[in-house]
Design a protein around this ligand. Structure first.
Ligand SMILES: [Cu+2]
Length: 266
C-alpha cells in the first residue's frame, strides 16, 4: 500500500526531470531561436572623391534586429556631418575610379553615379530616432567630424535583412572634401539629392560591401570585440583604429600628429 504513492512520486519526478533539470539552460534556446549572424565590411575610400580615410563596420543580425558598429578615420573634420547608410538592391559593390563623371568641371562620383553599384538607401545609420530611408539626409542625426565611433542597435527592413544575406548590402559613409579646404563647399555644385546641401556633403566618402564574418558566433562582449580579420589590432580604442588607418593610407608622421591634435580638441 505504501509503495504505490512512492512509485507515483518517482514517476512524477522522472517525468518532470527533463523540464526541471535544464532550468538554467532554458534562457539560451530563446536567445538563439533566431541565431545571430555576423557581417563585416572594410570601408575603403572613394578615391575619385579625393578621400584618403578608411574604416570598418560590423553588423550582427537576428531577424530584423541589427547591432551595428562603424569605426572610421580620416574624414572631413570639424562639425561636418557624415550621413551613413546601408545601401541595398544594387550590385553590392563600391564605385570604381573609372566610373567618375564630370561634376561642375571636376571628375568625381556622386550618389547617382554610384547607384547602380551599391543601390538605394535601405537603412540610415542615425544616432537617434528614425533609421529608415526617410532620415537619409537628416544631417543633425549623423556622426560628425574626422573620426567615427558609431554603435547602435536598430531594426532593419526585411529587404535590408535579405540583402545582407545575399551579399548585396553595402555600407556607405558620405561627406567629402574634394578641394581639401577642410569643409563642405560647392566646388562640385549642389547635391543632386538636396539642392540646399553642397555635393561635397552627400557624395560617397567610404564604401564597403558586407560579407559574412569568418566566425560561427560572436564572442562575449558583442560587436565591439575585435575579430582579428580586419586591419590592425581590434579597434576597441579610437587611437588604435586611427593608427591602423594612418598606416593603411600611408600617412606620414606629420599627418598622424595633425590628426591626433585635432581629435584631442573635439
Ligand atoms: Cu548613402
Amino acid at each position: 500500500m505504501r509503495s504505490l504513492p512512492v512509485r507515483i512520486l518517482a514517476a512524477t519526478a522522472v517525468a518532470a526531470a527533463p523540464l526541471a533539470l535544464p532550468a538554467t539552460a532554458w534562457a539560451a534556446p530563446s536567445d538563439t531561436t533566431v541565431p545571430w549572424t555576423t557581417y563585416q565590411a572594410t570601408l575603403n575610400p572613394v578615391t575619385a572623391n579625393h578621400v584618403t580615410g578608411s574604416g570598418k563596420a560590423m553588423l550582427q543580425l537576428s531577424g530584423n534586429t541589427a547591432k551595428i558598429t562603424v569605426t572610421a578615420a580620416g574624414l572631413v573634420g570639424g562639425a561636418s556631418p557624415h550621413a551613413m547608410h546601408i545601401h541595398v538592391d544594387g550590385a553590392g559593390v563600391c564605385p570604381k575610379p573609372s566610373e567618375a563623371k564630370d561634376h561642375n568641371g571636376h571628375s568625381s562620383t556622386d550618389v547617382a553615379d554610384a547607384m547602380k553599384d551599391y543601390g538605394m538607401i535601405g537603412t540610415s545609420l542615425t544616432t537617434s530616432g528614425d533609421s529608415s530611408a526617410k532620415s537619409a539626409l537628416d544631417v543633425k542625426r549623423f556622426p560628425a567630424g574626422s573620426r567615427i565611433n558609431y554603435s547602435r542597435t536598430l531594426e532593419v527592413s526585411d529587404d535590408v535583412a535579405a540583402n545582407l544575406k545575399s551579399g548585396k548590402a553595402v555600407l556607405v559613409v558620405h561627406g567629402i572634401d574634394y578641394n581639401g579646404n577642410g569643409k563642405y563647399d560647392s566646388v562640385l555644385g549642389a547635391s543632386e539629392l538636396d539642392k540646399s546641401l553642397p555635393a561635397e556633403a552627400t557624395d560617397p566618402a567610404l564604401c564597403g560591401a558586407f560579407t559574412t564574418a569568418q566566425m560561427s558566433s560572436m564572442p562575449a562582449g558583442g560587436a565591439d570585440t575585435g575579430d582579428g580579420a580586419t586591419q590592425g589590432r581590434p579597434a576597441d580604442s579610437g587611437m588604435i583604429a586611427g593608427g591602423s588607418a594612418a598606416a593603411l593610407i600611408g600617412l606620414g608622421a606629420g599627418g598622424y600628429a595633425l590628426r591626433r591634435r585635432s581629435t584631442a580638441t573635439r
